[in-house]
Ligand binder design. Structure first.
Ligand code: FAD
Length: 341
């Protein structure tokens, strides 16, 4: 078996609060790996409201969910965080040496000195379409996300849905696929106009087939899909395919956080307001996932929590060093870390 990836801190969740934690930890010489089940950073800001303006981020009178995400990524950059997208953290255990063993559903393993749970409202998980017998095909012929595009080369793919994910993957997988059909119940899409235009262009070139309709059933054996039946305006029809990718949106579920033996209070992790530590020393919880008297589920609260959490994380990661409080404005040490001095 492979060696686990060693890291000072493992951050669960790349929402705004997880991203700012990279910065606060970085200032204190704590290196981070970050895991998120989404295929991109930003958490709720990027997934639920990328274009909506936020008005209560200090000193940014108006900023969209996506722009805030982009700025947080830029701010974290000097600390070279390593991101692992498309992975759900499933396992979290203390190792005999006091560090933490963290594992993901995609087979990653980490050995971390501290763990920062910035899991927000929980992990974003795909909504399953209500198709009878779909479970039998999952992970062999039916996939709810694309981890590695190469895995889909040469396949006969049916993509179902009309949102950004359905359109983006239609565009990205068309060049690799043997055939690609996009099925949607309407010929209107809830996706960026640019993607919609690109998709129509691919149908004009004969690289993508668009069908109007809804899936009614799956045909195949032993988890191997052979065809999908669908109903459209002109009745039932069949699409021959060996791979189906349904994109029906995401819901937030608490997920594995509940399985790690940490104290929970109504699906939130109670923390103290000095260190933002959970019931387990060395495991911190910041942002929407935590609870303490007076908690507000606001981004700015999560930023403050990240700064205080980092102070305690420093004591665990660098037990023999003295923590000196410094301003970024005047400390050349901090400025060197930021690459500006
Ligand atoms: P999240 O943004 O929820 O990110 C958590 C991330 O962790 C997710 O990406 C999730 O997939 C990941 N994750 C969870 N569990 C796992 C796991 N086991 N493995 C891998 N990944 C995992 N706040 C404001 O301050 N101002 C506003 O104006 C504002 N407007 C909002 C408007 C809307 C429509 C919504 C929905 C929210 C709004 N909020 C606003 C709230 C704000 O978005 C949240 O407070 C903020 O996103 C919390 O950040 P977070 O990093 O704690 O969690």
């Amino acid at each position: 078996t492979d060696q686990p990836i060693s890291t000072d801190a493992l951050i669960i969740g790349a929402g705004p609060v997880g991203l700012f934690a990279i910065f606060e930890l970085g200032l204190l010489d704590i290196k981070c790996h970050v895991v998120d089940i989404l295929d991109k950073p930003g958490g709720q800001c990027a997934e639920l409201y990328p274009e909506k303006p936020i008005y209560d981020i200090p000193a940014l009178p108006e900023v969209s969910g996506q722009e805030l995400t982009d700025r947080l990524l830029e701010q974290a950059k000097p600390f070279s965080p390593q991101y692992h997208f498309g992975h759900m953290v499933t396992g979290l255990e203390r190792r005999p040496d006091g560090n933490f063993a963290v594992t993901t559903d995609g087979g990653l393993a980490f050995d971390a000195k501290v763990v920062v749970i910035a899991a927000g409202g929980g992990s974003f998980q795909p909504k399953k379409p209500p198709i009878p017998g779909i479970d039998a095909y999952e992970n062999s012929s039916v996939f709810y996300s694309v981890r590695k595009m190469e895995a889909f080369r040469g396949r006969d793919i049916l993509i179902v849905g009309g949102g950004d994910s359905a359109l983006d993957w239609t565009i990205n997988l068309a060049p690799l696929a043997n055939s690609l059909t996009l099925l949607h119940r309407r010929d209107q899409f809830r996706a960026s106009p640019d993607s919609v235009n690109k998709m129509w262009a691919l149908t004009d070139e004969g690289k993508v087939t668009f069908r109007l309709g809804q899936v009614t059933g799956l045909k195949g054996e032993g988890g191997q899909l052979e065809a999908v039946t669908a109903r459209g305006p002109d009745g039932e029809f069949e699409v021959a395919c060996n791979t189906m990718l349904p994109f029906f949106g995401l819901t937030m579920k608490l997920g594995p956080v509940a399985d790690w033996g940490l104290n929970l209070n109504e699906n939130l992790l109670p923390v103290d307001t000095e260190k933002f530590e959970t019931s387990e020393p060395g495991i911190f919880a910041i942002g929407d996932i935590n609870w303490y008297p007076g908690k507000l589920k606001l981004i700015l609260s999560g930023f403050h929590e990240a700064a205080l959490m980092a102070q305690q994380a420093f004591r665990i990661v660098h037990p023999d060093e003295r923590l000196v409080f410094q301003y970024t404005t005047s400390s050349t040490k901090l400025q060197k870390k930021l690459g500006v001095a």
